[in-house]
Design a protein around this ligand. Structure first.
Ligand code: FES
Length: 99
């Protein structure tokens, strides 16, 4: 089932928003004109990532400073899992997720 999150027309560079879908917190952001969808939860200790800094394609969690390369979500340090990146779905003029 497609769950719409945002209108495509609103996805400008720098867009960032969070959503609750089926009990999960999701983070949608736009980097280099590419929408990226991920769990809004740091794989280190679960801090929300919507306040994370984003610079040169690196998302850095505010809580303990773990950093992740986007768009892959790959961690930039040992001992930490990568971001849980999610597949984006499209329907009409909306971006969303299939659940
Ligand atoms: S919870 Fe994100 S770096 Fe620790």
């Amino acid at each position: 089932m497609f769950v719409p999150l945002e209108r495509l027309i609103n996805l400008d560079e720098g867009y960032r928003n969070t959503f609750q879908v089926a009990g999960r917190r999701l983070l949608l952001l736009v980097l280099d004109n590419q929408p990226l969808l991920m769990e809004d939860s740091c794989p280190h200790r679960g801090a929300p990532l919507h306040m994370a800094t984003l610079s040169n394609g690196v998302l850095r969690c505010q809580r303990h400073g773990m950093a992740f390369q986007l768009p892959s979500g790959r961690p930039l340090q040992e001992g930490c899992a990568g971001l849980m990146m999610l597949e984006i779905a499209y329907e009409g003029d909306r971006i969303g997720i299939d659940v």
